[in-house]
Each structure stands twice: as structure tokens, then as C-alpha cells.
Design a protein around this ligand. Structure first.
Ligand code: CP
Ligand code: NVA
Length: 304
């Protein structure tokens, strides 16, 4: 499938059908891999990965994904590039895109991704910015679909910080027909533009009451209260104890609700070990699904 968009910077670029297809292709690629069949669909294709911030899952899943598809990935810390000595983002994009077939970047400022995309002749993928984390949403939706066998009509409850992961998830829910209730402390709500755009298609409830948010939820999701770009050391105090996902909060969701977390988690803060290690948790499938869903994304962005 040829995507309409050249780049994936927020998730909003994908049409509803394109997003559903990537999720389903991720599920298919996972099954193929488990059966032992590796199709080198991206033979001789190359991916440049630029990291301004640390990463475990994004880095490893993209690198292994390219390897499994017959291609190659380069890990480029921004501090090792001439970017660190003042070469412009524009010139970096123009140069890199003469060598590689796709660029993935994890950055602080979303604007950097926009400049990269504007100046690159090859696709640019957001591997997390302060504002969005679209690749995480692909894996989250794939994990929900595997477990619930559908997406449309489900209810997701997001508890905690209305952050980058939450912003892309809202777009993802809106494009797949999932209703979402978001419980945050006052002042920690997700992006207003994202909400405004997304609420045309689904029900979005913003609340400061986690118990109300999880009521009748099929999926409960949280993320760390302190993202990589957050500097305020007192931030956590604004979330605890009210916004912790613990067994008592999980009991208020549907009996068969699943628990998701993009990881890394701060155990004992946004989630207790009993929940993340408990029977409702699917976080390891979710982490694994970064690999499969991103392979589906790479195949659809690099038109072959
Ligand atoms: N979930 C996620 O993006 O993890 P990393 O920060 O380890 O890449
Ligand atoms: N919200 C977190 C996600 C980490 C994968 C952060 O930005 O640090």
C-alpha cells in the first residue's frame, strides 16, 4: 500500500484506512516471523536513526526490523553528527537523504522533525518528540486489536500525564473509532488542537477523576509522569497518589480490561508492580509489537 503521506510526524497524516492496514499488516508480519519466514522486502534499503534523547525500544525495534526485512539501520547520536557543531538541520536532512531510504529521528522539538521532513527527499518518521510518539500508537493499537479482536467501539482510559504518547494515541483512537477518557491533573491535559480535531469522530472525555475515566474501560493506559523533556523535579507530587494505576483502580474498569504502558515505567509511581506484572498487563506484547508495526510502517513508506 502506498501511503498518501511522505512522512509520519504525528499520526494525523494517516487516513483511517491506512492506519487500519498498517495495524493488520503488523499482525500478519508477526505471524509470519513466528512461523520462521523472513521476507527480505526491504533488501538493500537503509534507515538513518537520529537520537537526541535516549531510547531502548525505539532504537532496537527499528534496527532489528530493518535487519529482518533485509535492510540496514544506522544509529546516529545527534552529538556525533556535525549537527552538534552547528551544521543546520536543513543541510543534515539534504545530506542524509542522498544516502538513505528513510530517516527516523527522536528529538525534543517537533519543529526539528518538520524541518527534517521539508528538506529530506526520503520519508521522515518521528521516533518521539516532546509533542508526539506516533510509532508507539501503532504498537498500542496493534496490541489492543490482538487482544480484543476489534478496535471500533472500544473504550480506552488514559490516566496521568496528557503527554506526547497521549497526543498520538488520541489521533489513533479517532481514526479507529475508539472512545477515550483522559484523566489528568488540572494543567496536564493533552494538546487542545489534537482534541479539537479528534472529537469530531469519537467521544473524548477530559476529567480529573481517574475512577470515572476507567469506568467501563476495555483498556487502561498510563505513562511516566516525568517524560525525558520534563525538568521539574516536583512534578510527580501533582500526580500522586491519585493518578497511580493500582489494583483498586483496575478493578473499576471492565473485568476483562487490559493494561498498557509504553515503557520505560517507574514502578511504584504511575503504576504498581502488581499491575504491570499482573494478569491484565500486556506491556511486553506491546513492546514487542513496536517491531512488527514499525516493519509494516517502513514497508508502506518505502514504496517498493
Ligand atoms: N516506548 C519507547 O519509545 O521506549 P524507548 O524510549 O525505550 O524507545
Ligand atoms: N512520555 C515519555 C515516553 C517515553 C517512551 C517520554 O517522552 O519520555
Amino acid at each position: 500500500m502506498k501511503l498518501k503521506t511522505k512522512d509520519l510526524l504525528t499520526l494525523d497524516e494517516l487516513t483511517d484506512n491506512e492506519l487500519s492496514k498498517i495495524i493488520d499488516d503488523g499482525i500478519k508480519l508477526k505471524k509470519q516471523l513466528k512461523k520462521g519466514s523472513h521476507k527480505p522486502i526491504l533488501k538493500n534499503k537503509t534507515l538513518a536513526m537520529i537520537f537526541e534523547k535516549p531510547s531502548t525500544r525505539t532504537r532496537v525495534s527499528f534496527e532489528i526490523g530493518m535487519f529482518q526485512l533485509g535492510g540496514h539501520a544506522l544509529n546516529l547520536s545527534s552529538s556525533d553528527l556535525q549537527l552538534s557543531r552547528g551544521e543546520s538541520v536543513e543541510d543534515t536532512a539534504k545530506t542524509l537523504s542522498r544516502y538513505v531510504d528513510v530517516i527516523m529521528a527522536r528529538v525534543y522539538d517537533q519543529k526539528i522533525l518538520e524541518i527534517l521532513a521539508k528538506n529530506s527527499v526520503v520519508p521522515v518518521i518521528n521516533g518521539l518528540s516532546n509533542s508526539f510518539h506516533p510509532c508507539q500508537t501503532l504498537a498500542d493499537l496493534m496490541t489492543i486489536k490482538e487482544r480484543k479482536k476489534k478496535l471500533k467501539g472500544l473504550k480506552v482510559a488514559w490516566i496521568g500525564d496528557g503527554n506526547n504518547v497521549c497526543n498520538s494515541l488520541i489521533y489513533g483512537c479517532s481514526k479507529t473509532g475508539i472512545n477515550i477518557s483522559i484523566a489528568t491533573p488540572k494543567g496536564f491535559e493533552p494538546d487542545k488542537t489534537v482534541i479539537k480535531k479528534s472529537k469530531k469522530k469519537i467521544t473524548i472525555v477530559l476529567t480529573t477523576d481517574p475512577q470515572a475515566a476507567v469506568k467501563n474501560a476495555d483498556v487502561v493506559i498510563t505513562d511516566t509522569f516525568t517524560s525525558i523533556h520534563n525538568r521539574d523535579k516536583k512534578r510527580e507530587k501533582k500526580f500522586l497518589p491519585k493518578f497511580q494505576v493500582n489494583p483498586s483502580l483496575m478493578k473499576k474498569a471492565k473485568k476483562n480490561a487490559i493494561f498498557l504502558h509504553c515503557l520505560p515505567a517507574k514502578r511504584g509511581k504511575e503504576v504498581t508492580s502488581s499491575v504491570i506484572d499482573g494478569s491484565q498487563s500486556v506491556v511486553w506484547d506491546q513492546a514487542e509489537n513496536r517491531l512488527h508495526s514499525q516493519k509494516a510502517l517502513l514497508i508502506s513508506l518505502i514504496h517498493i
